[in-house]
Design a protein around this ligand. Structure first.
Ligand SMILES: [Zn+2]
Length: 336
């Protein structure tokens, strides 16, 4: 069955915006998606990956090395001669909840160690996710040390393995997408803060949207190929928008006035450190690039602020309102 088209997703605007931003600038950090089950979180990620332009990857390389980027080659490709490549779809790797650290980072290939007596590395999920997406359903149920490790690798783009007599570094640039249900355990604030964006998804409550969701799902399941063909043009338009935004991104400017507003907003919310401002700046820049703009404006900041800040708020015992309400209140104050 072909992947559900991204352009056919009804509603979930905030999640779609966050994913598009991460596709334009993976450096904005991971995306957290909180909300009910069955709201199409995993569908949206697969849909986005499927519409991205296929990537050139070295044939036979377990890390999907990019032949055009010699600085990022794995030890295997770096040592080899001329490299042949082929186009591959952008990977979406699922990290199952029970995954061991070995399975995630990779481990000693025991079979080869025993049969041939060589210390070979068996790449893990981080290798497969290179240049794509790593998706964790119910990230709040994953052990803290694994989440920590994933965030470290996602931030550096390199997986460093030093274990069982192995010493190896390989490229691992991916967008970390974690979904979770806030009622089933919480992420530590220190981990929350390291995700770039956090969005909330909910089952739609208005009748018209519910009908549209059900109709789209039904049409897709009855005739997947026809449904995808009907949305191919819209998906292609989104692909072009992402490609154009990636090209434009380095030249998008962030005026001091925008940074001042970002600082005011973070001060009004009492976020810790400067990560809030940094994320606001980076994500607003990617959003401006997606819009075809050359400069970040207040409008970009306002549109991205809830997703960039809601997971960085300190608990305020005197204010029991939800984090989204608090961000919206601060926005109204700062942009009055
Ligand atoms: Zn390689």
């Amino acid at each position: 069955m072909p992947t559900f088209p991204f352009s056919a997703i009804v509603g979930q605007d905030e999640m779609r915006q966050a994913l598009l931003i991460a596709a334009v600038d993976p450096a904005v950090g991971g995306v957290l998606v909180f909300g009910d089950r069955g709201t199409g979180k995993s569908t949206a990620i697969r849909a986005l990956a499927a519409l991205l332009p296929p990537m050139a990857a070295v044939i036979g390389c377990p890390y999907n090395c990019d032949p055009a980027s010699p600085a990022d080659l794995c030890p295997h490709c770096a040592a080899g001669g001329p490299r042949k490549s082929q186009k591959k779809p952008v990977p979406v790797v699922d990290l199952p909840l029970g995954a061991t650290e070995d399975r995630v980072v990779g481990t000693l290939d025991l079979e080869r160690a025993l049969s041939a007596g060589v210390k070979a590395f068996e790449p893990g999920l981080l290798a497969r996710a290179n240049r794509g997406f790593l998706y964790i359903d119910e990230v709040n149920l994953l052990e803290d040390h694994l989440v920590d490790l994933l965030l470290d690798v996602a931030a550096s783009g390199v997986n460093t393995v030093e274990r069982e007599g192995l010493s190896l570094r390989h490229p691992a640039r991916f967008v970390l997408v974690g979904s979770g249900n806030p009622e089933e355990g919480e992420l530590r604030p220190q981990l929350l803060d390291r995700f770039g964006l956090a969005c909330e998804v909910a089952t739609p409550t208005d009748i018209a949207t519910r009908i549209a969701v059900v109709r789209a799902r039904d049409a897709y399941e009855r005739n997947p190929d026809g449904f995808c063909a009907a949305h191919a043009k819209d998906d292609a338009a989104i692909r072009k928008r992402i490609e154009a935004a990636r090209k434009r991104l380095p030249s998008v400017t962030v005026p001091d006035a925008a940074l001042e507003q970002a600082a005011r907003l973070c001060l009004a919310l009492g976020t810790d450190g400067l990560r809030g401002e940094l994320t606001l700046m980076r994500t607003a820049r990617a959003l401006a690039a997606l819009d075809g703009a050359t400069t970040v404006t207040d409008d970009h900041l306002r549109r991205i602020a809830p997703a960039a800040l809601r997971h960085r708020l300190r608990r305020n015992p005197l204010d029991e309102s939800g984090s989204t309400v608090r961000v919206e209140r601060a926005l109204a104050e700062v942009f009055a």
